[in-house]
Design a protein around this ligand. Structure first.
Ligand code: MN
Length: 229
């Protein structure tokens, strides 16, 4: 059997202290998972179970990249997030079983066309187009659990041109990493290679052409990104 054209290369991420790469299957994202961010988006976080959306796997961009400002938006936002890399399949598991399916952790930015998202919300349309555009998922290298352990606390921040815009602690997640994995596994078989972007703290803000972005989570290598002029 031959394909009519060469199939796409599997998107992947570097793994720290390894020449092997982490193949990406899907990118699952959690919405509004820090209280102060939920409030800044006009929602009461206490009333809402976790909810999910997805980005295509090939929206991944590695640290150090320079990105074009995306088309058809005037309000591109950064959302710094802890990313969980799933290492083995699971389905309808309890949160007490979840962490053994985690291969590692990374720093990601859920780039968002906020104006497009707001219009979609207003019209009760899907969000996808505001979240899954080309290069919308910058992500640092995967740090294996064997090297960094599980990340349940520690500073998470993003700075733009040296000015800190989001600065909180991972322990402020409304739904913890094990709970998120358990919730997502209610509806789908999570598989090795799936990434979960766990939600962003307060302080989401606009990015402009020429911006120099740095994202960090305590214990993980810094993520760097530039928006071209
Ligand atoms: Mn997000």
């Amino acid at each position: 059997m031959n394909f009519v054209f060469p199939p796409a290369i599997t998107p992947s991420l570097a793994i720290t202290n390894s020449c092997n790469r982490f193949p990406i299957r899907r990118i699952i994202c959690v919405g509004r998972n820090y209280e102060a961010h939920a409030r800044e988006m006009g929602k009461d976080p206490a009333r809402e179970a976790p909810f999910f959306f997805m980005k295509p796997a090939d929206t991944i961009v590695e640290t150090g990249a320079t990105l074009e400002y995306p088309p058809n938006t005037a309000d591109l936002h950064h959302e710094i997030e802890l990313v969980v890399a799933i290492g083995s399949s699971c389905f309808q598991i309890d949160s007490s079983e979840a962490l053994k399916h985690v291969y590692g952790y990374a720093i990601g930015i859920d780039l968002t066309k906020r104006d497009v998202q707001n219009l979609a919300k207003k019209n009760a349309h899907p969000w996808d187009w505001s979240k899954g555009f080309d290069n919308s998922a910058p992500c640092g290298p995967i740090h294996p659990v064997s090297q960094v352990g599980h990340i349940a606390k520690g500073r998470i921040y993003i700075s733009v041109n040296g000015i800190v815009k989001q600065d909180q602690d991972v322990q402020d997640l409304i739904w913890s990493v094990p709970e998120i994995i358990a919730y997502a596994s209610r509806d789908m078989h999570l598989m090795a290679g799936d990434l979960i972007f766990t939600g962003t703290p307060a302080g989401v803000n606009r990015l402009e052409r020429g911006d120099e972005i740095e994202g960090g989570i305590e214990g993980l290598d810094v993520l760097k990104l530039t928006i071209s002029r």
